[in-house]
Design a protein around this ligand. Structure first.
Ligand code: 3EB
Length: 339
């Protein structure tokens, strides 16, 4: 059986692939492909065989590059306008945006126009539910007109949520990481059916963070439980060593990794309370790990192996995290094999 066919019960599925295997996989998947994102130091706009790629300039630890390929379980049509490139089927849509931003320009304005464009697209095309958003941009911890660029980004995103009358409690799962160069790169998953937002009882909701983390709170939920009727999928946001609203273990990447995994397990337990079935990690959990310092790769990888065993989908990237004292962040996707 072809690899992607093994997961046709999933509304969407993902694979992390090395550059030498991506084109063969894309050929197998045909019109089920909805999104291809490349990670690595040497940007490419397409794969070898010409499939368009959203490139994110973050070194991949243990390889030169990695591709994240999302497929749906129905034929998808390609979409392109001035802002958004993507593909969707009758249930889901994946969109990619790439916005240039020079150092002098206020990043909050760029973020505001990106999110305004996304919300307008979703309204026009009847994918009303934003499920998951990935955000990458360079110099995330560097000031931009006296405010850190991550906080500038959060301001623009927050203001777009207000402008389009989005309730913070309905915010998508998300992540925001520092790339090593290139544009503001955003990709998102939206759906016809609504997801259920899940918070972490060990953490204050990000949209309620106090002002010490920036003048406008980050608008994301800790996780979104999507496709409840068929192909149940839990999208866990970028998760870090934060308890309440504070960073814990600022000095230790090992302890930060362990605290992060407790947070991820806690979020998964909350989803299980809402009807998500327990699952086997080896085949139904995908992890994307970001480490600030490449030299922490071995230590973080060993802890993840100890915690979850060998996972079929795992990549480790080097990226800056959105708080200067965070050394590691981990995001997850889990599938309910039962439905
Ligand atoms: C945190 O928990 C760590 O701004 O979209 C995690 C996930 C983080 C998403 C975002 C930020 C974001 O606050 C940082």
């Amino acid at each position: 059986m072809m690899e992607y066919e093994a997961h046709q019960n999933r509304a969407v599925t993902l694979k992390y692939l090395a550059p030498e295997t991506v084109d063969a996989y894309l050929a197998q998947c045909g019109d089920r492909v909805t999104c291809v994102v490349g990670f690595g130091s040497s940007p490419a706009v397409t794969t070898k065989t010409g499939c368009p790629v959203l490139w994110v300039e973050t070194p991949v630890l243990g390889n030169d590059a990695a591709y994240e390929v999302w497929t749906g379980n129905k034929p998808a049509s390609q979409y392109q306008d001035e802002l958004i490139t993507g593909a969707g089927n009758e249930d889901v849509f994946f969109g990619c945006l790439s916005l240039q931003n020079n150092a002098a320009e206020d990043l909050s304005r760029v973020a505001f126009s990106a999110y305004s464009g996304i919300f307008e697209f979703l309204q026009r095309n009847n994918y009303p539910n934003l499920i998951r958003v990935w955000n990458y941009f360079p110099e995330i911890n560097v000031p931009n007109n006296d405010i850190e660029r991550y906080r500038r980004f959060s301001i623009g995103r927050h203001e777009a949520f207000i402008r389009y009358q989005k309730k913070f409690e309905d915010s998508p799962a998300a992540c925001a990481l520092g790339s090593h160069g290139g544009p503001l790169a955003i990709y998102f998953l939206a759906a016809r059916s609504s997801g259920e937002q899940i918070e972490n009882p060990r953490q204050i909701s990000a949209y309620s963070y106090p002002k010490q983390y920036g003048p406008r709170s980050p608008t994301f939920s800790r996780a979104t439980l999507a496709f409840k009727d068929a192909g149940q999928t839990l999208f866990v946001s970028g998760t870090a060593s934060i308890v309440g609203h504070e960073t814990v273990h600022p000095e230790s990447v090992g302890l930060q990794t362990r605290e992060t995994l407790v947070n991820i397990r806690t979020v998964i337990e909350q989803a299980v309370r809402k009807g998500f079935a327990p699952f086997d990690y080896a085949n139904n959990l995908a992890l994307k790990v970001y480490v600030r310092h490449a030299e922490d790769f071995a230590e973080v990888s060993a802890i993840i192996l100890e915690e979850f065993g060998t996972l079929s989908e795992l990549i480790v990237l080097q990226a800056d995290i959105c708080r200067a004292d965070l050394l590691v962040e981990i995001e997850a996707v889990c599938w309910n094999p039962a439905r």
